[in-house]
Write a protein that binds this ligand. Structure first.
Ligand code: GLU
Length: 474
């Protein structure tokens, strides 16, 4: 038997971490078993389905490399098929037309609630023998068995049993002729030969209903695995219409796709104590039995930790490709400075995201002004000009532009001026980066290049002089 799984999102909001986890587990399960992964867009709720959500699903899956073997199938294009099955169920006596008005059903419902009973349809039309009734306004209901039970062995949660008497005769076709969710899922899972349904635990209650419909169609019953909920850091269930961040936002924030997948796979699945998984390892080790039954909580801190790991360990050309896009977004012209490869080597273990790197490294490519940097006040003394002049002179004399020669110049100037190396470095940092913290200053100087470095030192000297002259005048 070939394993066939599916991801079946409704395009009614953002594709978020929770949906991606469902997609990832279905995808990994299919890949682990050399099976097929099918993408199906459940867009029959015309009022809430949005083209932009469909796009967000496709973009998100593509960005993460969760490729599908079939689809995307759109339920909205398969209405004829669902309605055909409704007819079949009607003909076989597994479904019936219900002519009860909404008002009548609502009244019954209220009465049941008042009596403390579980509200459900009273099956008034179940045994009506009038199929050709002229009244056009009806819904079609599935004739759910009244006695017995439905048991399925959930791959994640174990044996689950529902009493049939707990289940309603659910509507499978509305009065406007539109098939309902449970029917569409059943028909699709059947037609698409789905062997394993992996989805959120919010669908557990649908499963016995779907199994009963499948049984009445004499169709094979897939194996089910219901994945637990994910909560945000405030303890709220993540929801595509409320607190959930669109998956593409993670890309915009400088998260690497492989890091996000690695982070998400661990939200409810484990393999010993291992935290970092290559794609190959995920496919190799993944099993539904190791998916956790309890809910998971999103941790931004852990996601950033995983991302930092990937920034540090991924092949540089891969990081360069992605960083380039972030630099473009920050409007930094990378032609005006060091090659991104060298920049990444210098910065990769200092930051959690590529966006942070892009935002940090502007001074490698652009000059800046000292006037908006309040913290440099204490450094604007004439004595520093003497040190900076010396640095200027010695740096201009470096013939072979190498980090070790730059470091040597710093030590020599420290000795000649009789001050600590650390102070020299601070002056250089301010002149060249506009800040008092930076990666190794000789590496920064090396990457920015002699000409620009000299220009910035001179600019700082001029600035100190200007400020002091202005002070003297006033
Ligand atoms: N369309 C449903 C959803 O987005 C999933 C249905 C299913 O997986 O059976 O929650």
């Amino acid at each position: 038997m070939q394993v066939r799984t599916r991801f079946a999102p409704s395009p009614t909001g953002n594709l978020h971490v929770g949906s991606i986890r469902t997609a990832l587990y279905s995808w990994l399960f299919a890949r682990h078993h050399n099976g097929k992964f099918i993408l199906r867009i459940e867009d029959t709720d015309f009022n809430r389905s949005q083209i932009s959500s469909v796009q967000s699903i496709l973009d998100g899956l593509k960005w993460l490399g969760l490729d599908w073997d079939e689809g995307p199938y759109f339920q909205s294009k398969r209405l004829y098929r669902y309605n055909k099955i409704v007819d079949t169920l009607l003909q076989r006596g597994n479904a019936y037309k219900c002519f009860c008005s909404i008002e009548k059903i609502e009244k019954e419902r209220q009465q049941q609630i008042l009596k403390g009973e579980k509200p459900r349809y009273k099956r008034t039309c179940r045994n009506l023998n009038i199929h050709n009734i002229l009244q056009k306004n009806y819904v079609v209901r599935f004739k759910n068995p009244i006695i017995g039970e439905v048991t399925f062995y959930d791959k994640i949660r174990g044996k689950i049993t529902f009493e049939n008497r707990e289940l309603d005769d659910l509507v499978i076709q509305r009065s406007n002729g539109m098939p309902t969710y449970n029917l569409c899922v059943v028909v699709d899972d059947l037609d698409m030969k789905i062997t394993h349904v992996i989805r959120g635990e919010d669908h557990i209650n649908n499963t016995p209903r779907q199994i009963n419909i499948l049984k009445s169609l004499e169709a094979p019953i897939p194996i089910y695995g219901h994945v637990s909920m994910i909560f945000d850091e405030n303890g709220h269930k993540i929801s595509k219409r409320q607190n959930a961040m669109n998956i593409i936002e993670y890309r915009n924030n400088g998260i690497l796709p492989e890091a996000l997948l690695n982070y998400i796979v661990r939200l409810g699945w484990s393999h010993g104590n291992q935290e970092i998984f290559s794609m190959q390892e995920m496919k190799e080790f993944f099993s539904l039995e190791s998916v956790n039954k309890s809910s998971s909580v999103i941790s931004k801190k852990k996601m950033l930790w995983v991302n930092k790991h990937y920034i540090n360990t991924s092949a540089t050309p891969h990081i360069v490709d992605i960083l380039k896009k972030h630099m473009e977004k920050e409007n930094i012209n990378i032609k005006n400075g060091p090659r991104l490869e060298s920049l990444i080597d210098l910065l990769k273990n200092r930051f959690y995201t590529l966006k942070e790197i892009a935002q940090y490294c502007r001074y490698f490519y652009e000059d800046f002004s000292f006037s908006d940097k309040k913290f440099i006040q204490t450094y604007l003394v004439f004595d520093n000009c003497i040190i900076l002049e010396k640095l200027y002179q010695k740096i201009s004399q470096i013939i072979v532009w190498q980090c070790e020669h730059i470091s040597k110049v710093i030590s020599i100037v420290a000795i000649e001026c009789n001050i600590a190396v650390r102070e020299i470095i601070t002056l250089l940092r301010i002149s060249i980066t506009g800040d008092i913290v930076s990666p190794s200053i000789s590496s920064v100087i090396f990457l920015i290049g002699k000409e620009k470095v000299l220009f910035r030192i001179k600019k700082f000297i001029n600035y100190i002089q200007e400020i002091n002259c202005a002070d003297q005048r006033s």
